[in-house]
Design a protein around this ligand. Structure first.
Ligand SMILES: CC(C)(COP(=O)(O)OP(=O)(O)OC[C@H]1O[C@@H](n2cnc3c(N)ncnc32)[C@H](O)[C@@H]1OP(=O)(O)O)[C@@H](O)C(=O)NCCC(=O)NCCS
Length: 178
């Protein structure tokens, strides 16, 4: 998000189901170390489901340098003192008609309503910024994520097999006109 776009969508505070306040805010170029801590905290069982790229500290530092890019929107869960407890994003190649979507919460913040809050906020943003359609793939056995996506309006476009392990997955999409 460019600095101008970020002013349209400033940080918002939301309450976890257990009462903890957190802030949903755009990723900043200075978030690299905190994003690296978050990546390194993701357990292998979740990396099986969520691995858009190697979840390394180097990759986090690199991703943070893209925070002001006009072709990506990244919202982080700031749990205080700049610590990152999860994030959701959409990114698109310049000129593309669809954006790829991803989401991951740290174990400490799962089941707190934050997946839903992040996607609700991203949808508000996606109505103004980006190509207007979000796409994702999700393994069929990741039933919690599948439920979340259905609840937030994503629809199954097709079923396919994730390579290299022939893992059954859904290809889902959400149009901002919906
Ligand atoms: C999937 C994930 C993003 C869900 O986020 P979350 O913050 O835990 O979800 P929320 O608390 O906002 O739940 C919202 C809705 O999602 C669904 N949901 C979430 N987790 C669920 C679970 N474990 N079982 C069943 N439904 C679940 C429910 O419909 C829920 O609504 P409800 O509370 O009214 O039942 C989170 O578990 C995660 O980060 N998992 C690891 C990474 C991952 O799998 N990413 C997706 C890759 S495609």
């Amino acid at each position: 998000m460019t600095p101008a776009e970020q002013t349209l969508f400033p940080p918002v505070t939301v309450l976890c189901k257990d009462g903890r306040p957190v802030t949903l805010r755009p990723l900043q170029p200075t978030d690299g170390p905190a994003l690296g801590d978050f990546y390194e905290s993701i357990p292998p069982a979740d990396i099986f489901y969520y691995c858009p790229h190697p979840l390394t500290r180097d990759r986090a530092l690199q991703n943070a340098t893209q925070a002001l890019s006009p072709t990506e929107v990244v919202l982080v869960v700031d749990s205080g003192n700049g610590r990152i407890g999860g994030y959701a994003w959409f990114r698109w190649p310049p000129g593309a008609t669809v954006a790829g979507f991803g989401i991951c919460l740290s174990s400490a913040f799962k089941g707190q309503g934050l997946g839903e809050a992040l996607i609700r906020r991203l949808k508000e943003i996606a109505r103004r910024i980006g190509p207007g359609t979000l796409e994702l793939t999700v393994q069929k056995k990741n039933s919690g994520a599948v439920s979340l996506y259905h609840k937030m309006g994503f629809e199954i476009v097709r079923e396919q097999l994730r390579q290299p392990d022939n893992e059954p997955e859904y290809f889902m999409a959400l149009k901002m006109t919906q």
